[in-house]
Design a binder for this molecule. Sequence first.
Ligand SMILES: [Zn+2]
Length: 345
Amino acid sequence: MEHTACPTRIIVGWLMPILNLDAMKRWIVIIAASGMLATLNAEIIDYHQHLYSPEAGARSSPGSKGIDADYLIAQLDAAGIKRAVVLSVAYSLSNPNKPPVPNEYAHVMAENNWTSAQVAKYPSRLLGFCSVNPLRPYALEEIARCANDPNLRTGLKLHFGNSDVNVDNPDHLARVRRVFRAANEHHMAIIVHMHANVDHNRPYGAKEARILLEQLLPEAPDVVVQIAHLAGAGGYDDATDAALSVFVKAIERKDPRTKNVYFDVCGIAIPGLWEKKANLLVERLRQIGTGRLLYGSDAPTADNLPTDTLKRWHSVPLTQEEFREIDNNVEPYLRDWLSGAESQR
Ligand SMILES: [Zn+2]
């Protein structure tokens, strides 16, 4: 009967191409290539990291040891994170709510330069961003200087909370508009922590988000604007939701001002600060869409190591597929750098 002879013939037939050496080589190449592709697709990118020089560290939570690139790389390795966007904390040397630093601009430059030299040690893994307090008279000068530094010219980090920027203040708004315009002219992406200062309870919500949408984004139409912490300042609360909803609605009505807008989810899943709003948070993330969402860990301080922050983020009730898409997103400013970085491996 046919079916008694068949199995052997099928197995032999199936083995033939494998026994053929050329075919075997072809198979090995195909398997290896798809494996490489899978690893490339599975690379987790951290879009919100920081390093601290000893000077900047002493003024903030890392302390006077600071956080250098060697330490960050070890922490990223432990978490299985391949690459990170490192945002200089030079703005923290001009925090108006902390004791002033004599000869401030020199120290701001020194911090940006230190960050540049640190990321240069790992050119295929760390991408640097310049930073400056946008209200300072030297802001435009520093942006132009950073635009000439190959390790910082990709983008500019602004921290409205730390710099105590109040976009409801016309003078502040005019200064920040100039900074957005300058970044656009230098083709520098902007990462903005737009939440107003928390310690001093500055006004923050839908009104301030509309100012960003209507008056700041139009000044930087050609570059990526990455809104940090989902428009919040850690956790997920009503003010953050009110601000984020302005962008969600704009995206839904295909407002052209949101064309290059992305959001990092850095610092959202802090235990105790988001769980009550879990359903709302997930709804907003899905309204925004995975293509605009980016993973971020924030600085690797003792209670915020990337292994832990990644685990916390993965406790948000999204699907595995959604996490995969968000964690591996390669957004425009990273694309060029990535192709350059690959050749340096
Ligand atoms: Zn940060």
